[in-house]
Design a protein around this ligand. Structure first.
Ligand code: NAD
Length: 297
């Protein structure tokens, strides 16, 4: 069924996602503060709305893909609540802090809306190709309603639990990824210092108990393992500055929940140093350049 969808936030990720909803036959009413982003969305099948509130008017579904919690809280407070009809399903696909996600969803429920948090795994290419993975937090009813739309933008839509559970799954997974990548980088650096050939160490460790996705699917050493951003001078992939953002969100959530996360804290510190050195736009596996001092010469 063709539905009317409000899409707010048409940046690197939202641009491709809105285009896929339009391609699937939905009537997409798009809004972004950036004129360039709006014009691009219009070229790719969306209709331009004059404001976020205007986009929400009469919508069956609202999708937001915004930078951070403060933007999400402001957009829902000012432009979604009271402007979207009560039957609309509200989906925030941004990666934001757990506390804001919970409070916006509580406010949505208080106002009679059904809302889910649905952050994504996968980068710009997956947003373009419609192959994102969505981790959804919300009621069974919310999940069923949201899935109809998320299916058009992704290859997997997983119900993580109640409100906030999607954000929880996303940041906990990325904390684990940040820590295993840092450990994998230092393992290769130490192996080299001890005179072990990098390929030989990969052949052994990728089949032994030290293996993880960071090694076998995303090896930070060029020319070793499957083709990865390391083989393209660490261009493309998942930017180190976005990994740092997710690690900060994980540490914030850990502190609020009273969880002890020393490895996550160490990973955050390492990525902060790497970003300070100018590594932010590089793929996150480029951390090996900072850890393996022989790369800095
Ligand atoms: P982006 O900065 O490219 O896009 C955000 C867009 O939101 C911008 O176009 C901006 O103009 C718009 N915006 C900001 N405030 C607004 C407002 N009040 N009203 C309307 N529009 C507004 O960011 P992105 O890379 O598309 O990421 C979006 C979200 O997805 C972030 O939370 C990010 O962490 C998450 N994410 C990104 C990636 C990635 O690889 N880029 C991967 C997974 C998740």
């Amino acid at each position: 069924r063709m539905a009317r969808v409000a899409f707010i936030g048409l940046g690197n990720m939202g641009g491709g996602m809105a285009a896929n909803l339009a391609k699937a036959g939905h009537e997409v009413h798009a809004f972004d503060l950036s004129e360039a982003a709006l014009a691009h969305a219009e070229e790719r099948g969306s209709q331009r709305a004059a404001s976020a509130a205007e986009a929400c008017k009469g919508a069956d579904a609202v999708v937001t893909m915004l930078p951070a919690g403060q933007h999400v809280a402001a957009v829902y407070r000012d432009s979604v609540f009271g402007h979207a009809q009560a039957s609309a399903i509200l989906m925030d696909c941004s990666t934001i802090d757990f506390a804001t996600a919970r409070s916006v969803e509580e406010e949505a429920a208080a106002q009679g809306y059904t809302m889910v948090d649905a952050p994504v795994s996968g980068g710009i290419a997956a947003a373009e190709g419609g192959t994102l993975t969505f981790m959804v937090g919300g009621s069974d009813e919310g999940f069923d309603k949201a899935r109809e739309y998320l299916d058009k933008m992704g290859k997997a839509v997983i119900h993580a639990g109640d409100a906030g559970a999607g954000q929880a799954a996303k940041i906990v997974n990325n904390m684990l990824l940040g820590a295993t990548m840092a450990a994998t980088c230092e393992a290769f650096a130490l192996a080299k210092k001890l005179g072990l050939d990098q390929q030989t160490f990969f052949d052994i460790s990728s089949k032994a108990s030290g293996q993880s996705w960071s090694m076998t699917s995303y090896c930070p050493v060029p020319g070793v393992g499957p083709e990865t951003p390391a083989d393209r001078n660490y261009e493309g992939g998942f930017m180190a500055q976005l990994m740092l953002k997710d690690l900060k969100l994980a540490m914030e959530a850990a502190q609020a929940a009273g969880a002890y996360t020393p490895m996550g804290a160490e990973a955050e510190e390492l990525y902060q140093r790497f970003v300070n050195l100018g590594g932010g736009p590089k793929d996150f596996s480029a951390l090996i350049k900072m850890i393996d001092d022989s790369w800095q010469k």
